[in-house]
Design a protein around this ligand. Structure first.
Ligand SMILES: [Zn+2]
Ligand SMILES: [Zn+2]
Length: 339
């Protein structure tokens, strides 16, 4: 089969590799679509992202497909079943797993980061990581269960209440998922800060009540002019020091600042503890997607959140290198790799 192998910093190669035969508790799926994630880009650029990745690994962890083989001990799935994938396998035995914090598992195995992933025609992995989906759900949408699951964990930690005012910084794929999840969590007003004004249209369509171009006006002034109450929750979805500082600055007293965007590992920001004290800010972040994949699929399957408007170009697996090399793809919505 063809697979996109990470070869080292700034090197990804599409190669012919064997399909690994399943162990008794594993399945093989034919991949239908696999999203390109910021984590893949971090790995490609040699940064330490959410996961350590060794050269020789097939990348891709946001995918869905159809079961083509099942191991001898697999009873819950059969050939032909359509599934979405939770890429993370937790050991269940380390301190954090036993403490209900599986996302900090000390022996975590990640499909597409520590083992071969979904930028391939086929993928072999543990059956317990597959979530069966209904026939009516397109596989491209099911492939987005992982990023939505990551956003859900962030939303769970953001302390949104019915009636909250939520600020989202960045209207990329993650920002638009967060926007919808904030609405579903009861936010009465959702403000989106995004300098690329073309992105305001989908943001309004998905429920934003106010979109602000920060190059034109200070968002604090814009919200005041529109009669907005203080921000209860600000969610940073860009991953830059400057926008993290905006998230802190624009949050109201007693509010939560969710630092969701992945910053470069060496990024530092200036912070006045006295200011955090005076405003009693809750500064927090969110790491991967512990046990959120089923709820994520529930939201996607039921149409409670919309995925279609977030999808950008579909790129053939053989052409995957250009997605990593050409920054123009960063502005095109979620890129899906299709074998
Ligand atoms: Zn991802
Ligand atoms: Zn563990």
């Amino acid at each position: 089969m063809l697979a996109a192998v990470f070869k080292g910093k700034h090197q990804i190669a599409v190669e012919e590799v064997p399909v690994r035969q399943p162990e008794p508790d594993e399945i093989v799926i034919k991949v239908a679509a696999c999203g390109v994630c910021g984590t893949d880009l971090h790995i490609y650029h040699g940064d330490q992202g959410a996961a350590d990745c060794q050269p020789g690994t097939v990348l891709g962890h946001e995918f869905a497909g159809t079961v083509t083989q099942v191991g001898s001990a697999v009873t819950r799935l059969k050939i032909g079943d359509r599934v979405s994938v939770d890429p993370n396998d937790y050991c269940g035995a380390c301190y954090y797993c036993r403490n209900g914090q599986a996302n900090f598992c000390e022996n975590m195995i990640g499909i597409g980061t520590t083992t071969h992933g979904g930028f391939a025609e086929y993928c072999t992995f543990k059956a317990k990581q597959a979530y069966k989906i209904p026939d009516s759900l397109p596989l491209e949408l099911a492939a987005m269960a992982e990023p939505v699951g990551c956003c859900l964990h962030g939303i769970d930690l953001s302390r949104i209440k019915a009636g909250s005012t939520v600020l989202i910084i960045g209207a990329g794929t993650i920002g638009l998922m967060m926007l919808q999840l904030a609405k579903q969590s009861g936010a009465a007003r959702v403000v989106v800060i995004e300098p690329i004004v073309e992105k305001h249209t989908p943001a309004y369509a998905l429920g934003a009540t106010l979109c602000i171009n920060p190059k034109e006006i200070d968002p604090a002034v814009a919200m005041l002019e529109q009669g907005y109450p203080p921000v209860d929750v600000s969610i940073e979805c860009v991953g830059l020091g400057a926008t993290v500082q905006d998230a802190i600055r624009l949050c109201g007293k007693g509010g939560t600042v969710m630092m969701f965007g992945l910053t470069p590992p060496d990024c530092e920001i200036a912070l006045q503890p006295f200011d955090v004290f005076r405003r009693e800010l809750h500064l927090t972040a969110s790491f991967i997607n512990p046990y959120t994949l089923q709820r994520s699929l529930n939201l996607i399957e039921s149409g409670t959140i919309q995925i279609e408007p977030l999808l950008g170009a579909r790129v053939a697996l053989k052409d995957i290198a250009q997605v990593f090399e050409d920054p123009a793809y960063r502005k095109m919505g979620k890129i899906l790799i299709t074998p």
